[in-house]
Design a protein around this ligand. Structure first.
Ligand code: MN
Length: 514
């Protein structure tokens, strides 16, 4: 097989990134984008872990077409049954069963003997197999386990019906050459000549080697790579899928392997994940960072202007990177705007288009040059606000020294009512947030506030990301505007809207019937 299966776990392992939590609607939107990107498998969640996770997996399974939809399960009956309930609506459902196999995990985490873990693994793979032919088995922390035991449990899992064996470097402990040998040994000793079982790799980036280890695994015969877009995930994160994809693509001469991925969708997927998790992509991040295709030194710039390939091994268009060229100005009309959106791959419905166009014209009054990045931010803002119960109509502040920072907000409520509130605060953003709190009235705590400029220049669009804690969960809000007070208000109201939606969704039934 000369194709590598791309298994995305941005919605499962990715959600284990500290501070990242998705709303169900956001998970669906990410899953649809992953389908457009062309991933082969979406690990949509860990259904037994919570009602919300179950619901998200169930909806993705029934609403997202294309990829295999996978649910995670420990080696317990209730886990496997719950995973099946969640994924059974998919055209191609997969159950992923895992158990810790290192002595450390067996003793302190799994709390089983080797024999018990093996017995449970076999029983649960069989149980999963009774539901669906597509069963994946993972020995967790395999790289720190006794290799003979890893081989023994993998063999047993294959005999029980597992069709994918996923070798997990759970703690990011392996080194590429070592991992290559390990994968090769496991493949030879568990599968021999069998070609009907896929070897998979699941690497973490604790020592910065997740991509290198994954590719070493591929060289040793693995034909599935697990990871997350932007390399998000537990601790230092998972393998960054875009790096593996572009390595296979760029170095096809070396690997001789392909994927099903439409690479032009990489950048948009990266932005979506970043927006929904609030985890910003570092500028020097490979493939998707803001500087990944920027050339600073005179020699490099001169070279690239003469011939792009002098200093670029990848074409930015191949990853769908929007250009930062002058593309639109305030005099651009509806047709030009629509055309550019289409070129960028956006297909907006009438209402979204209307709102996005209005925002574009407003932005044109304040900013001379409107780049693709600006458009992206406007669209993300408009599309998110369409679903919002509370909409910001007006925000105004007075501040300075010796003035007392004061904010007035006008908000359109869910029932068509209008709220106007005025408050003071320690600064203009604080005053705005207190005023919005008086409108929405949900208990919350602002835990993080970040503002950064989308593009360079004095008239740049500011993008604000906030993280708000409420009821034990974290909610990410974002907003954009050339006016950072407006962007700040939008971001906070976005988070409050998510809290309101979550509370409505989880409210006890009695509250509605009483
Ligand atoms: Mn993991």
């Amino acid at each position: 097989m000369d194709r590598v299966i791309i298994f995305d776990t941005s919605l499962r392992d990715g959600e284990q990134s500290p501070g990242a939590t998705y709303q169900v609607e956001e998970k669906l939107e990410i899953a649809r984008q992953l389908a457009r990107l062309g991933v082969d498998v979406i690990e949509a969640g860990f259904p037994i872990s919570s009602q919300g996770d179950f619901e998200a997996v169930r909806r993705i399974a029934s609403e997202v077409d294309g990829p295999v939809i996978c649910g995670l399960a420990r080696v317990y009956r209730e886990d496997v049954d719950r995973a099946w309930e969640a994924v059974k609506g998919a055209r191609r459902p997969r159950i992923h069963v895992f158990v810790g196999v290192s002595e450390i995990h067996l003793q302190y985490q799994t709390r089983m003997t080797r024999e018990q873990a093996l017995e449970m693994a076999v029983a649960m793979v069989k149980r999963a197999k009774s539901y669906t032919p597509d069963v994946e088995f993972s020995p967790m922390d395999a790289t720190r386990a006794d290799p003979a035991y890893v081989v023994q449990i993998c063999k047993a899992a294959v005999d029980a019906g597992a069709t994918t064996l996923n070798i997990a470097d759970t703690c990011g402990y392996a080194y590429p050459q070592e991992f290559y040998n390990f994968i090769k040994m496991i493949r030879e000793r568990t599968l021999g000549d069998r070609t009907d079982v896929v070897i998979s790799v699941h690497c973490h980036d604790d020592l910065g080697m997740a991509t290198a280890n994954s590719l070493a695994g591929v060289m040793a015969g693995a034909r599935q790579v697990e990871g997350c877009v932007n390399g998000i995930g537990e601790r230092a994160g998972n393998t960054a899928l875009e790096e593996v994809i572009m390595a296979l693509h760029t170095r096809h001469d070396y690997f001789g392997l392909t994927t099903n991925i439409d690479t032009a969708e990489i950048y948009r997927t990266s932005r979506l994940i970043s927006q929904f998790t609030g985890l910003l992509v570092q500028p020097n991040k490979a493939v998707v960072g803001a500087n990944a295709f920027a050339h600073e030194s005179g020699i490099h710039q001169d070279g690239v202007l003469k011939e792009r390939t002098t200093f670029e091994i990848m074409d930015p268009r191949d990853v769908g990177l929007p250009s930062n060229q002058i593309i639109l100005g305030k005099l651009s009309g509806r047709a030009g705007f629509r055309h550019r959106l289409e070129q960028l791959g956006y297909r907006l419905n009438k209402e979204h288009f209307q709102r996005a166009f209005q925002r574009f014209k407003d932005l044109g009054d304040r900013k001379k040059i409107i780049t693709d990045r600006d458009l992206e931010v406007i669209i993300a803002d408009e599309v998110q606000s369409v679903r919002e119960a509370y909409r910001l109509q007006h925000v105004q502040v007075t501040c300075g020294d010796p003035l007392i920072p004061t904010a007035t907000v006008r908000v359109h409520g869910p029932g068509g009512e209008t709220y106007v509130e005025t408050t003071t605060g320690t600064g203009p953003v604080d005053a705005v947030y207190k005023a919005l709190d008086q409108v929405v009235h949900v208990p919350n705590e602002l835990v993080e506030y970040q503002v950064h400029s989308v593009t360079g220049g004095m008239d740049a669009v500011g993008e604000v990301t906030v993280r708000v804690a409420s009821g034990g969960h974290t909610f990410v809000g974002r907003g954009a505007s050339t006016d950072i007070i407006v962007a700040s208000a939008r971001a906070y109201l976005n988070a409050l809207n998510k809290i309101v939606a979550e509370r409505a969704a989880t409210a006890p039934q009695a509250a509605h019937t009483a």
